[in-house]
Design a protein around this ligand. Structure first.
Ligand SMILES: [Zn+2]
Ligand SMILES: [Zn+2]
Length: 144
């Protein structure tokens, strides 16, 4: 069994013991392209004999250490993704449930306005866009 070096070094950087489930967990999240719930991860990791409780434990430790971002889309599951320095938001399609990263952001101006008008110090913002993704829009227009 080969351990992917990229994830081994991420674990070492954060003083985590390197285990196969931990390496696999990071690999699954990194490769998915969208945030995953513990159940999504379990679908793949259970093949390696990893139970859901272990996955939850690793996820919460990784969030605490700043390795992962925990995202709440307002449904029953928290989702997780690898933390990066990039700034982006999420778009969720109401039709197919796909989660897409949106890299455009002009909320800095709004933050400055809030600071100017109300005097609050804005440190960050979280925005979730909901709608119909470009693929579902084109399927709908073909059907009509
Ligand atoms: Zn869609
Ligand atoms: Zn933003």
């Amino acid at each position: 069994m080969t351990y992917n070096e990229k994830y081994v070094s991420i674990l070492r950087q954060h003083d985590f013991k390197v285990t196969l489930p931990r390496v696999k967990l990071l690999e699954i999240l990194d490769g998915s392209g969208e945030p995953l719930s513990a159940f999504d991860i379990h679908k793949t990791l259970s093949k390696h004999g990893t139970d859901l409780a272990t996955i939850y434990r690793s996820l919460s430790k990784f969030v605490e250490a700043g390795l992962l971002n925990k995202i709440d889309f307002g449904d029953e599951f928290s989702r997780y993704e690898l933390a990066t320095n990039e700034h982006y938001h999420h778009f969720i399609c109401n039709e197919c449930g796909k989660v897409i990263k949106i890299h455009q952001c002009n909320f800095d101006k709004l933050s400055k306005d809030i600071e100017k008008v109300a005097g609050h110090k804005v440190l960050s913002h979280e925005i979730i866009f909901r709608g119909i993704c470009n693929e579902c829009v084109s399927v709908a227009s073909v059907a009509h």
